[in-house]
Design a binder for this molecule. Structure first.
Ligand SMILES: NC(=O)c1ccc[n+]([C@@H]2O[C@H](COP(=O)([O-])OP(=O)(O)OC[C@H]3O[C@@H](n4cnc5c(N)ncnc54)[C@H](OP(=O)(O)O)[C@@H]3O)[C@@H](O)[C@H]2O)c1
Length: 217
């Protein structure tokens, strides 16, 4: 059991991941800028699952308490949220789920100068934080029902092998196959792919197109 704090966990993506990790037995903390919103979201998960003890906390106190920190905020809030917790996540695994979308053209890949949002997170947090890029291609729609089988794989990029192994295990705990997709420099592909999937969603009038790795037994 790992203590997982989900920054921005009141949104659809973080809430869905939290629901699935709580179901798998992890100690989940849903985090928000406002503790009241976090507590409402935590209660929602507890009611859905029954006997689990998901907590709601503010981003900063939750980051202090976490073993693994997960970031699920819009890209516009990425830098400020990271800077607000920088001092409390040193030495920890930091899973960045953020997609650097630039509205209104969200189906066009527009990566930041650093290469990816995850690389920006690494640059902001410093080398003692093990930043891992994951879950960008999993639509929140898939996560909301914990019994729904997710037909989409998770590309996991990062420069620390043990951290990636831990996140691949978290993907499995949430009902998905995770793949070691190489160094953090490769996050450009995982994050950029989301815009391609958004374009497919629009074109085919679906809510959560995904990807699968094939050819590996
Ligand atoms: N939704 C999806 O299907 C999906 C799929 C893959 C990846 N993603 C990525 O995952 C991230 C979260 O997606 P989402 O749909 O869950 O986003 P969201 O609902 O728009 O936002 C998530 C949370 O971020 C916090 N937030 C919003 N604006 C903020 C600001 N200016 N400063 C600080 N915190 C702010 C809010 O929490 P509080 O107000 O409670 O603090 C909000 O509940 C995004 O980067 C998205 O691209 C989403």
């Amino acid at each position: 059991m790992t203590t997982l704090s989900i920054l921005g966990g009141t949104g659809h993506e973080g809430l869905g991941l939290g629901l699935r990790w709580a179901k798998a037995g992890h100690s989940v903390i849903i985090c928000s800028r406002a503790i009241e919103r976090a507590q409402v979201a935590a209660k929602e998960i507890n009611e859905k699952l029954g006997n689990v003890n998901v907590r709601g906390m503010d981003n900063i106190n939750a980051a202090k308490e976490a073993e693994i920190v997960v970031l699920t905020v819009p890209y516009s809030a990425h830098q400020a949220t990271i800077e607000s917790v920088r001092g409390y996540v040193q030495g920890k695994v930091f899973v960045d789920v953020t997609v650097p979308l630039v509205p209104p053209k969200v189906s066009r890949v527009q990566m930041p100068a650093a290469g990816s949002a995850s690389q920006e997170a690494q640059n902001l947090l410093g080398e003692d934080v093990k930043v891992v890029c994951a879950f960008q291609n999993i639509g929140a729609e898939h996560l909301a029902n914990p019994d729904h089988a997710i037909d989409c794989d998770v590309l996991v990029c990062g420069d620390d092998k043990e951290a990636k192994t831990a996140v691949i295990k978290l993907a499995a705990d949430a009902g998905m196959k995770g793949w070691d997709a190489g160094p953090l420099a490769n996050a450009v592909i995982a994050e950029g792919l989301t815009s391609v999937l958004i374009g497919l969603n629009i074109k085919h009038k679906v809510k959560a197109a995904g990807i699968k790795i094939t050819g590996i037994n």
